[in-house]
Each structure stands twice: as C-alpha cells, then as structure tokens.
Write a protein that binds this ligand. Structure first.
Ligand code: SF4
Length: 384
C-alpha cells in the first residue's frame, strides 16, 4: 500500500484486519467531496467545478483502490478512472446517455434481452467504485435498488417463460456489492430454471475491492457452476497481489475468470501499456476476452480513443504478443445492433509474403495467381 497521507487521513490508524475486510472497505469508501478536495492539485474554482460534476455523476472509490494511485498526478491512469473530471459535463462534446438503447430490449425492469440465447439482469445499481468511463453512468445517483425479491421476481418469471435463454449474465452496478445471502438467493432462483444452463457474473470487484472475494463467497458460488466470471482490469498496475489472490480463489473454486478491458485515452491507449496488461493477466491465469471500444456515452468523450489508433495497437499486439494473451477488439454498435469485432487489416505489409502464405490454401498455384486483391488485404494475423 502506497503512503498517501492526505487521502489516508480519514482512516488514520486503522488495523490491518479492517483494511482487509471488504465491509470496512465498502463502508469507508470515499464519496464525500470534502474528503478529497484538499488533496487535489488545483484552484478553488476547479474544486467547485468538480463538485458540480459529482452532482450529476457521483463519486465513490474504495480506500484500497485509492491507495494504488498517485492521487497528486492528474494524469495518473488509475486516478483518471475514478476521479471526477470537468470534461464529463462538457456535454457539447456529444454522446448520449444510453447509446446502446438498452431500454429497447428491457421487457421487464432491470432485464436486458437482446440476444436470443442469453439475457442480462441488473442485480443492483450500486458499485464499490464509480468508474468515470462507465457506459451505465446514467444509472448512478438514483435511489439504490436491487437484490430484493420484489426486484428479482419479475425477472425470474420472464426468464422462466423464455425457453431460448440458456445463459444469464448477472451484472449491475456491481452484483458483488450485494450480500452473500442476496446473491445466493438470486443464483438459486436462476439455477432452478431448467433451461438456464450457464450463469455469468460481471463484476469489477477483483480490481477495486478484492477482499470481497472471501472463502465463504467462493464456497457459495461454486455450488452454482457452471458459473463464469468476467471482470475489468484496465491497467497493469491494477494487477496487485490482492487482486491476483482474488482471481486465484475464484479459479480454485472452479470458476473461470475472464477480463473485459475498455480502451481508454490516458489509461491504456498505448501498445506498451496494453501489452503489460495482457501479460499480467496471463500471469494470473485470467483470460483476456474483450477489449471494448469506449461507447459514445455522454460524459465519457474524453476517454474515447480513435478507432484507427485502437486498430494500430491491436496490430502491434498481434505481431508481438502470444495468441493466448489476445483479446477480441470489439465495438458495441450504437442503437443496440450488437457487437462488431474489429481486426487489424494486416501485420504483414509485403504482398508477396501474403501471397506465399495464402497460395497453398487456394487454387491458383504457388505464385499465388488468382488470389483476389481483397484476399491480400485480408488480415493475416491469425497465422501468428
Ligand atoms: S463497476 Fe462496472 S458498472 Fe460499476 S461503475 Fe464501474 S464499470 Fe460501471
């Protein structure tokens, strides 16, 4: 834990056992602007501006995550993910609250059914940390909801009637902010539906509050396998011994852990940072699954990376990094039209080499005659 006296002041003298207790971390999360304003470089008017941001998009960060960052450096990639930024309310930059139009595919409150064979339930609207780039930031700040029978029952009733749903994704907010008991109740109800074969939890908890992954939680979760777990590491510095242990505990409980990063300007928009992140994930046996293009959500424009830059990073990764480390780079098409995988065009610029790779596979001879130009342009990175 780094020493940040200003920020750790509210918790001065805490015992190690408290620090490692997720309830202590959750209950002592920083949410009150008064706690952090004094520690941020900047003028009084800047502080006032930041308070205005939090009135629209609340602030919340765990002491654990706070201790990982250099909070005095405004460009710190971890700080950028959790500290308010005036650019969030520069709405003239564009973006909409719900670019994926999730409301269109919401037959009952809190349940999104977009793809026939799976649906997503928003188990709660509470998170341990409010990530500034979140594509559901429109839901923050309302009254807390989720985890109750009244919230759950209509969703369960819908899933029960739709026999084509074989996988249910439990998301949020962050479902692991619920108690073990509330979570077990939810999993139990879903597991009791015969046609639901697979459950999946989407949670950033291993990254922002890894002490939530307790032996008791893992023991409970393993009862509901096949259960998959997706998390969101965005920067190599987030892969700490605590985070690694949390993932290992899930893996030891028979729960595969995958990672869905978001490509974020000033956080991971370089080949070197992304490479180190992917290597780090592989070291802790977490599968790099998706790299998401940041959605055009209102209040996140300053995080968005040009698609061409994203493709350049992917191309360099394809050429240099083990295939086991490679995520799929995808963009969620606005309007709820689904995920589109993006591939670098080629990591071999030499046409002759491309032809020599393809010619044994196609009629036309060793010279590659008859191979249409578009084939030469096709990405050949799958060969590496
Ligand atoms: S934990 Fe997930 S849902 Fe919550 S703010 Fe972060 S990205 Fe959004």
């Amino acid at each position: 834990m780094k020493d940040h006296p200003i920020f750790l002041k509210p918790w001065g003298g805490i015992r190690a056992q408290d620090w490692h207790d997720w309830k202590w971390q959750f209950n002592n999360s920083l949410a009150a602007p008064a706690h952090w304003a004094g520690g941020i470089n900047g003028s009084a008017s800047q502080h006032k501006g930041l308070l205005a941001v939090t009135e629209i998009y609340p602030f919340r960060v765990t002491p654990y995550y706070l201790a990982l960052m250099d909070s005095s450096d405004q460009a710190d990639p971890l700080r950028r993910q959790c500290f308010p930024d005036l650019q969030e309310i520069h709405f003239s930059l564009g973006g909409v609250d719900d670019p994926l139009e999730e409301w269109r595919d919401m037959p009952v409150p809190g349940l999104i059914h977009r793809y026939a064979d799976r649906c997503l339930i928003m188990a709660t609207n509470v998170c341990a940390m409010y990530c500034r780039h979140c594509n559901r930031k429109r839901l923050w700040g309302g009254s807390q909801s989720g985890g109750t029978q009244a919230h759950l029952q209509p969703m369960i009733a819908y899933i029960r009637q739709r026999k084509e749903i074989r996988e249910v994704i439990i998301s949020g907010g962050d479902p692991l902010t619920l108690s073990d008991r509330a979570l077990a109740r939810m999993l139990e109800s879903l597991r009791a539906i015969e046609h639901v074969e697979v459950l999946r939890i989407g949670s950033r908890i291993p990254v922002v509050m890894p002490m939530r992954i307790t032996p008791a939680l893992c023991k409970m979760l393993r009862k509901y396998r096949p259960l998959w777990f997706n998390t969101q590491f965005n920067h190599p510095r987030e892969i700490t011994p605590d985070a690694a242990r949390a993932c290992e505990m899930l893996l030891e409980a028979g729960i595969p852990v995958s990672n869905q990063s978001v490509l974020l300007r000033g956080v991971n928009d370089s080949y070197e940072v992304m490479r180190d992140l992917l290597y780090g994930l592989q070291r802790i046996s977490v599968r790099p699954y998706y790299l998401f293009q940041c959605d055009p959500v209102r209040g996140t424009d300053h995080f968005r990376v040009d698609l061409r830059q994203g493709l350049e990073i992917m191309e360099k990764l394809w050429c240099n990094v083990s295939g086991l480390c490679m995520p799929r780079y995808v963009v969620d098409l606005p309007g709820g039209r689904g995920k589109l995988p993006l591939q670098p065009f080629s990591c071999v610029e030499n046409d002759a080499l491309v032809k020599s790779l393809f010619s044994p596979l196609l009629p036309g001879g060793d010279e590659g005659e008859g191979i249409p130009d578009e084939v030469v342009k096709v990405e050949v990175s799958t060969f590496f």
